[in-house]
Design a protein around this ligand. Structure first.
Ligand code: SF4
Length: 142
C-alpha cells in the first residue's frame, strides 16, 4: 500500500484499490494478506527499494514487514551514502545521471540529495551551460 509521496511507478501497484488497513496491521495482526497481494505485484522490487531508501518504518512495503525491513536496512548502505559515494567517485552529476547510475528513481535520489545538501556534504549549482540541470558535487573528502 502506497500512502505517501506517490511517484509515477506507484500507480502500477497491485495494492491499488485494496483496503489500506491490511498493509498497516496492528501488533499481533496478520501480515499474510498484504504479503499475498505484494507477491503478485509487478513493482514489488521498486516498492521495497523505495521503503528501504526512505527509511519508512511502518506498514508492509514490497512484501516485507517493518521488522524484515529493519534487518535488511542494517545490511545495506543508505541511499545518502550511495549518492555521496557516487559523487565522490564520478564527480559532479545531475539528479537524472545519479538515478541512472544507481538504478533508482529520480525521486529517491532527490530526497537523498536534499538531506546531503542540508548536512553540508553536497552542494548544488547551476552550470553555465543553461541546458544542464542542477548539478551536485560532494563538498567533503572521504
Ligand atoms: S509491493 Fe505491495 S505495497 Fe508495494 S506497491 Fe506492490 S502491492 Fe503495494
Amino acid at each position: 500500500m502506497i500512502a505517501v509521496d506517490p511517484e509515477e511507478w506507484m500507480v502500477d501497484g497491485a495494492c491499488r484499490g485494496a483496503d489500506p488497513d491490511i498493509f498497516f496491521p496492528g501488533q499481533g495482526e496478520a501480515t499474510r494478506p498484504a504479503k499475498a497481494i505484494c507477491a503478485t505485484c509487478p513493482i514489488r522490487a521498486a516498492c521495497l527499494e523505495y521503503a528501504l531508501d526512505n527509511g519508512i518504518a511502518h506498514g508492509i512495503w514490497g512484501g516485507k514487514s517493518e521488522r524484515e525491513r529493519r534487518v535488511m536496512r542494517g545490511n545495506r548502505p543508505t541511499m545518502q551514502a550511495r549518492v555521496l559515494r557516487h559523487l565522490r567517485t564520478h564527480g559532479p552529476a545531475d539528479r537524472r545521471e545519479i538515478a541512472t547510475a544507481l538504478d533508482v528513481t529520480e525521486g529517491t535520489v532527490s530526497s537523498a540529495l536534499q538531506k546531503l545538501v542540508a548536512y553540508g556534504q553536497v552542494s548544488a549549482y547551476i552550470p553555465r551551460n543553461k541546458s544542464r540541470r542542477n548539478t551536485y558535487t560532494a563538498t567533503e573528502q572521504p
